[in-house]
Write a protein that binds this ligand. Structure first.
Ligand code: DGY
Length: 353
């Protein structure tokens, strides 16, 4: 699909993206925009090299694509100076290779913070109250009357939520669970991010605690853990929000799973390889009261054998940022990144989450 065929700068989007703002932005600024309409979901390196061709000023790409040496050298040969991932995560992008070939890299932080945190909160609630299992039970026509034991789950109020990775999304999730459900909080950040620190020591939590007390309720508690294991041992729900890099690959492994409470809930809306998924499947089989809510998988789009059959797992297809407002925002930010570089402005890239 080609927009503004006579535009001076050739920009490629490897996928169609929601909204029209990003399209207008590019075509009103002298870009010829080509949107790939290839039906297959994941484009190979060869597919993208063919799209880039002989002349290309910038590319908007997706997290399913492998942006390494080959693609950045092809883009650079075609005169390209800008690449933006339509994602905040950029583990699919070799930033060193981009630098080597003089291509600026952009990502789309900020616009997806609350949306992603909302999905982590949804999965937390769905797992705690066994919503998916109960829905399947109803649809199967198995409900034949109220019973005291039917789908008994966990009350969040007064339980402890653990957050690993206290950057933008982890902090937003923590706030939702503490403010919304009166959960106690324990958190740990591998990179010593201070975002969540500002929330807990700032105005809100102390005031909220005083408010709960004045209303005869137990105030919530919060603490920064001195190790990740402390979070695993103490929390009832643990949500993972680190970036994926060498240090966080299989951060949650067999040994760490064993440290968690038998009835804990584990949520992952970050990147699949942060969990050793095969070890998780075994753990879920051995501990039927342990539950997970997963938005991401180790070898997307696949799930490790056995996971799909487990009642104590809720699985959704990497939709954490999938709200209309957010996806349009991500598309716009990605277009701004590419356009900015073409026009000589700095590209938005935030490796510090
Ligand atoms: C991201 O942005 O990194 C998400 O995984 C997709 O929104």
């Amino acid at each position: 699909e080609v927009w503004n065929p006579n535009g001076k700068y050739r920009v490629i989007s490897t996928k169609s993206m929601p909204g029209t703002r990003w399209i207008n932005l590019l075509i009103q600024n002298d870009c010829r925009l080509e949107i790939c309409t290839e039906k297959k979901t994941i484009l190979s390196v060869e597919d993208i090299i063919a799209l880039i061709g002989d002349k290309c000023d910038g590319v908007i790409g997706q997290l399913t694509e492998d942006w390494g040496e080959e693609l950045f050298s092809a883009l650079s040969r075609a005169g390209g100076k800008a690449f933006s991932n339509m994602a905040v995560g950029y583990n699919n992008v070799n930033v060193d290779a981009a630098n080597k070939y003089g291509v600026a890299v952009g990502n789309t932080p900020g616009v997806l913070t609350e949306t992603t945190a909302e999905l982590a909160a949804s999965l937390s609630l769905a797992a705690a109250r066994r919503i998916v299992e109960a829905d399947e039970f109803m649809r199967a026509g198995l409900y034949d009357g109220w019973l005291p034991h039917l789908f008994v789950g966990n009350l969040l109020k007064g339980q402890t939520v653990g957050v690993i990775g206290a950057g933008r999304i982890g902090s937003a999730y923590a706030r939702m669970m503490v403010e919304g459900f009166k959960m106690n909080l324990i958190y740990f950040d591998l990179y010593q991010s201070t975002r969540l620190e500002k929330f807990v020591t700032g105005m809100f939590l102390p005031t909220y605690g005083a408010f709960l007390k004045a209303n005869g309720e137990t105030p919530v508690t919060w603490k920064r853990a001195s190790s990740m294991d402390e979070v695993l041992q103490e929390a009832d729900i643990i949500s993972l929000h680190p970036v994926l890099d060498k240090t966080t690959y299989h951060l949650v492994n067999k040994e760490r799973l064993a440290k968690m409470k038998k009835e804990a809930i584990l949520i992952n809306c970050s990147r699949g390889p942060v969990i050793d998924e095969a070890a998780l499947v075994e753990h879920l089989k051995e501990n039927p009261l342990f539950r997970v809510g997963l938005d991401v998988f180790e070898d997307e789009p696949y799930m490790k054998p056995g996971l799909a059959e487990l009642k104590n797992a809720i699985v959704v297809p990497h939709i954490a940022s999938a709200s209309k407002w957010t996806r349009e925002g991500m598309a716009t930010l990605a277009a701004l990144n590419v356009l900015g570089k073409i026009k000589g402005y700095p590209v938005w890239f935030d490796p510090n989450r």
